[in-house]
Design a protein around this ligand. Sequence first.
Ligand code: 6PG
Length: 291
Amino acid sequence: MNARGGRGTATPAYMLQTTTGAPVMVLPDVESLALAVATSVVVEARRAVKRSGRFAIALSGGSTPERAYRLLAERPFAGQMPWASTHVFWGDERCVDPGDRRSNERMAREALLDHVPIPEAHVHPMRCVPPASGGAQRGDLTSRLARDAAGRYDKLLRAQGSVPDLVLLGLGEDGHTASLFPGSAALQDAERWAVPALQGSPGSAGSSGGVEPLWRVTLTPACINQAGAVFFVVSGAGKAAIVKAVVADEADHGRSPGGALPARLIRPVNGVLCWFLDEPAASQLREHGGA
Ligand code: 6PG
């Protein structure tokens, strides 16, 4: 896991395992975390292309993966990625204009996709754009748009013949991942690969605490768990408690107000699950003698 290029190293400070045996790589800081993620994305990409001639990745939003995306757009990683054979999907998206600062598509384009030779036809945004008049986030109209957008994305993924080879995920302080919030019906959806999700809905214990409800579209655990590999990428001391709850505590079901922690539902059936943490995010694992 060494990355070269004068940037330091992506060598883990130490490694642990989750209670289910998944590797947990702990990196000393956010820069090494990004290096480790970029290095591993390249490894997965090259492996997938060797195996099947293409590599499909689902990107996560949030602030944590942005540095890894920027690294993938630079040397040496940009030159190592098989861009012509790479397809990019999203794990979740907010129902906002793609130019909106909250858009996961915008972040990924600005940090990565605008700077690499990936064919535009290989970029598959999860678009759910509300009407320009605004104020529709709460209304039936946006819920219908989210449902239609999810249906289109479900079809798009199925038309590819398989779920992405690699799914990148973040972790919220309430245990959400992608736009799978505690208590959401999406958690139990065994059929659909993409569904609408309302962050901060009355029935969900989403992390929005006081934030205006926002419709989103998200991949489901049923989809993510069929991926060849799933990487959780988490940084910061603010995530230490939830990281411990998700990766180390067996008996967490029922801890969150909405029931099971969504991130604990991510258990690839045949694929590999790997956690990438910086030391602050991993700090409560060590206190307990490992994950
Ligand atoms: C998003 C993601 C969400 C995110 C986590 C962690 O688009 O916001 O769907 O699941 O990955 O909330 O976000 P941070 O990396 O910003 O902490």
